[in-house]
Write a protein that binds this ligand. Structure first.
Ligand code: SAM
Length: 260
């Protein structure tokens, strides 16, 4: 399945599973890197960000982590330079963060972490950032989760074309928000005729103000906010509702703790 997900992520014109190349280019341009940064990119996907950085500003080095070994293989293949390193690794609470100048929490990466673990994640990234270093966050917000909420019409998936299975099946896709509108759950039900299989994924939708407060608590100061991506029409899992934020590591670490 990892291989099939990575193939979907590689589509340069789709936002399904990974940002499309035009969106990545807009984000990298907005970051205005000097080329001297050491870049840490947890949840890096199949190396699209690295490719765009390599062809624009460049960097001192880039380290990407992804839990999907197929995405990591693509990342290496697309970025064969010695200074671009990809690791199959789960990023989370307790992961060792290398000393770096720019951290990328790109497409949905911050939304993967629940509010009980995000403060620890931000603190670890802040600890790894050199003074004056920057953290980029692309966040999905409660205003517009980026996917239509409800049940979508069943889709027939011919053999060899599905993401979750190579066998022929029907795919029922549904999304739901919790009563506070903060937890987005996606359900993928595969119907094979004699049996069904279900997969769920979830994203926590954060308000930009909440991220500002969590960032400050970790010693990260907000320096810019943007809406870089126009509403996406070519697929349902588009760029709608996402906000891009940039934080700077202050010289002295602020006291830790979740602000009220
Ligand atoms: C929505 S995709 C975005 C990828 C990348 N930001 C892009 O747009 O090209 C999220 C990626 O994070 C990976 N992932 C999810 N949870 C992870 C974790 N805890 N640690 C490392 N990788 C993870 C997935 O395998 C997937 O490739």
């Amino acid at each position: 399945m990892g291989l099939r997900i990575a193939r979907v992520q590689l589509d340069p014109h789709s936002d399904i599973g990974a940002r499309d190349v035009a969106a990545v280019t807009r984000e990298v341009d907005w970051l205005g890197a000097t080329g001297d940064e050491r870049i840490f990119h947890p949840l890096c996907g199949p190396g699209t960000y690295a490719s765009v950085i390599r062809r624009s500003s460049g960097c001192r080095w880039y380290v990407g982590h992804d839990i999907n070994a197929s995405a990591v293989r693509w990342g290496r293949q697309r970025n064969p330079d010695r200074d671009y390193v990809f690791r199959t690794a789960r990023f989370g609470v307790g992961t060792r963060v290398p000393r770096h100048d720019l951290a990328l929490l790109s497409y949905e990466a911050v939304n993967v972490f629940a509010p009980d673990e995000l403060p620890t994640i931000l603190a670890a990234l802040a600890d790894g950032l050199a003074p004056g270093g920057r953290l980029f966050i692309d966040v999905r917000t409660p205003d517009d989760p980026g996917v239509p909420i409800g049940v979508r019409r069943s889709e027939h998936v011919p053999a060899g074309t599905g993401i979750f299975s190579t066998a022929e099946h029907d795919l029922d896709y549904a999304t739901q928000l919790d009563c506070d509108g903060r937890l987005l759950v996606q359900r993928f039900r595969l119907r094979f005729g004699h049996r069904d299989e279900e997969f769920f994924s979830w994203l926590w939708l954060y308000e930009p103000d909440e991220l500002v407060a969590l960032g400050r608590a970790a010693g990260l100061w907000p320096s810019a906010t943007a809406h870089l991506h126009p509403r996406s029409v070519q697929n349902t899992n588009g760029a709608n509702g996402s906000v891009q934020m940039l934080f700077e590591r202050s010289g002295a670490a602020a006291p830790r703790g979740v602000p009220c």
